[in-house]
Structure formats: C-alpha cells, structure tokens
Unconditional design. Sequence first.
Length: 183
Amino acid sequence: MIYKEVSGRPFLRDNTVMLTSALEKPILIFGCGNILFGDDGFGPAVVQHLKENYQLPADVLVWDVGTGIREILFDLALSAKKPDKLIILDAVDYPNRTPGEVFEISVEGIPAQKTSDFSLHQFPTVNLLKELQEETAIDIHIVVARTAHVPDQVQPGLSDEMARAIPEAARLVLSLIDQDKGA
C-alpha cells in the first residue's frame, strides 16, 4: 500500500484525511450521487453550489462523497466521536412529486426501488443510516430532489428541472444549519 504523508502522519488513503476532519465537525453535509449519470449528480452539484456561493461556518463540513457514502457512514458508526447533525443531499425518483421538486425525507422514506442504484440508497447504507438514527443522538436530514432523467448509460449533466432545484436545496440546507444557531 502507498502511504501519503499529511501533517506528519501517514495515511492509507486520501479520504482518511477528509474523514478525520469530518469527525471533528459538529455538522456534516454529504452530497451523494454519480455525476456521470444525469440527475443522479444532484447531490454533488448542490455541494459545489454551497462551496462556491456561501461562506459556511467553520463548524460545518461540506463534502461531495460521490457514490462512497457507505464507507463513510460505516466509519461514523464505529467512531467514538459523532457529529450533532448530518445532512445528506441526493436525487430520488419519488412517487407523487414533480421533477426538480426539493423536499426532505426520513430514513424510512427512502424509496425501496432505489436499493440497487449507485446512490446512498443501497441496502447496507440504509441500514447504517437507521442504526445511526436509532443508536446515536445525530440529527439526520435527507434533502432530495425528484429526478427528471437518470440515463442508463453515461450521460453527464443535470436536467433543467434539477439544475433549477440546486439553489432551493442549498437554501434548505442553510436553514437546517441555522436551526441550531438560533437564526
């Protein structure tokens, strides 16, 4: 294995550095999704928007986790130190919703038909989220937008509906951050 020297300490992988920082922050925001598959890239797009357009408080970590949230949630579940709040951004094909509509779902509200996609909804991930919700004091929020189109083949780029939803999702995330700050 190749080690990388960071701050005088060796690490096995680059994500370990980010995860170490994540475990020190009370508020974590994770953008989930695959930017190569149309609207599935919504979570990373919102993360990018937040980073480019807002100066977030120092106690907040915003991270594009792509399709790798499962490993991060596993590390959080095993960690002695937990964040106060976890906000997950993702795209869903949710019944009775309009493409581009932004809303919040519970862990239990993750659509069953999404259990086999590349996103946070894979079976082990849902179980980890449920465990974190039931066994810790972490305040978990899942902010989603209803997809318009997720292609079967590589096709980067969000639909117009999802691109328009990015600022609204960012505002919802900001309001969730501010809940604890008395704003």
